[in-house]
Design a protein around this ligand. Structure first.
Ligand code: NDP
Length: 320
């Protein structure tokens, strides 16, 4: 018998993570039976992770506890679902080869979305520390293609609240704001809740099968100077802009020990070189705001209003 209304069942790896939780919440709110594959809890599990698991259970999310090494357990989990989304942290990117092996063994998965969620790694060549980081994500893309697993690769660009916290530090306001390079390069900042929603939409969308989807709404393209000016308008304050020249960032990327050399290389790529906007989106490329004209991305202006009233907590991505 056909399953009721053919709503796809979604399994998320990394669902308790910074971006993963938004994907999981969006999956439930869009009506998908949703489960997460998460490590077993133990003394090392922090309170926010425990609270999230409690929240997830209260909205009928099935939490399958297991390690990424438990092949049979992952295969059994995959057999219960249609779509797999990985939002594992960067240090676990190559562990996704284990998920790929399990998807091949299960044989029923209709779509796999690996943990990309950043810049378009097949189109840019940043400084070496970030290039090595991206090379791992490329390796996963190539393994998925080689295994003929139906995929969607997501170029979500900057997580907006993450980068507003990093650039403007609204939680700890100073008189000065650091500007990387000349501050004129355009970046793309998309609110995390939207990234969750659009990710569930594209994972289910036949148009996005075996395609890259970029999240580049026009309202969310902004330079550092424009962002600071907008924040000055909102707060009624004036900030001294302290520039870090490109040469200093390049030098730091060469002298800082790993993994500290990765974040400076990312800042260089996004805010100095303008890598997120360095290529054109052509007519036949998939861009999320064009694919779903009935939906709206939160604009940067709206996001800064959220920062005024209920500022999202700062976060730092894992690099090792
Ligand atoms: P998190 O650091 O929040 O981690 C995600 C999940 O990975 C965790 O909740 C955990 O799940 C799992 N995990 C962590 N450590 C381990 C481990 N040792 N073994 C197994 N599982 C582990 O990830 P982010 O949300 O920061 O990153 C997700 C993706 O987003 C990455 O690809 C990253 O590069 C990208 N990113 C993009 C940004 C942007 O601006 N575009 C910014 C930040 C990240 P559990 O506890 O449930 O097992």
């Amino acid at each position: 018998m056909a399953r009721e209304a053919e709503v796809s069942r979604i399994l998320v790896f990394g669902g308790t993570g910074y971006i993963g939780k938004h994907i999981v919440r969006a999956s439930v709110s869009l009506g998908h039976p949703t489960c997460i594959y998460a490590r077993p809890t133990g003394p090392q599990t922090g309170p926010s992770n425990l609270n999230l698991r409690h929240e997830f259970r209260s909205i009928s999310i099935n939490i399958i506890e297991g390690e990424l090494e438990e092949h049979e357990k992952i295969v059994a989990a995959l057999k219960q679902v249609d779509i797999v989304i990985s939002a594992l942290a960067y240090p676990q990117v190559l562990d996704q080869l284990k998920i790929i092996d399990a998807i091949i063994a299960a044989g029923n998965i209709k779509r796999f979305v690996p943990s990309d969620f950043g810049c378009e790694e097949d189109k840019i060549t940043p400084l070496p520390p970030f290039e090595e980081f991206l090379e791992k994500k490329r390796k996963i893309r190539r393994a998925i293609e080689a295994a003929s697993i139906p995929f969607t690769f997501i170029t979500a660009n900057c997580f907006a609240a993450y980068f507003v916290n990093l650039l403007l530090h609204p939680h700890n306001p100073h008189d000065e704001i650091v500007v990387y390079g000349d501050g004129e390069a355009n970046a793309v900042l998309n609110y995390e809740e939207d990234i969750g929603k659009y990710t569930i939409k594209v994972a289910n969308d036949p148009r996005a099968c075996n395609r890259v989807v970029t999240y580049r709404p026009k309202s969310n393209i902004i330079s550092q100077h424009q962002l600071i000016s907008l924040w000055e308008e909102k707060t009624g304050r004036r900030f001294k802009r302290v520039c870090v020249p490109e040469e200093d960032l390049v030098k730091l990327s060469q002298t800082l020990p790993p993994p500290e050399n990765i974040p400076v290389s990312i800042l260089h790529s996004i805010f100095v070189k303008g890598d997120l906007m360095s290529y054109e989106i052509k007519e036949d490329d998939l861009e999320a705001s064009r694919m779903y004209p009935e939906m709206q991305f939160t604009t940067i202006d709206q996001l800064l209003d959220i920062f005024l009233t209920d500022p999202p907590e700062p976060a730092r991505a894992a690099f090792e």
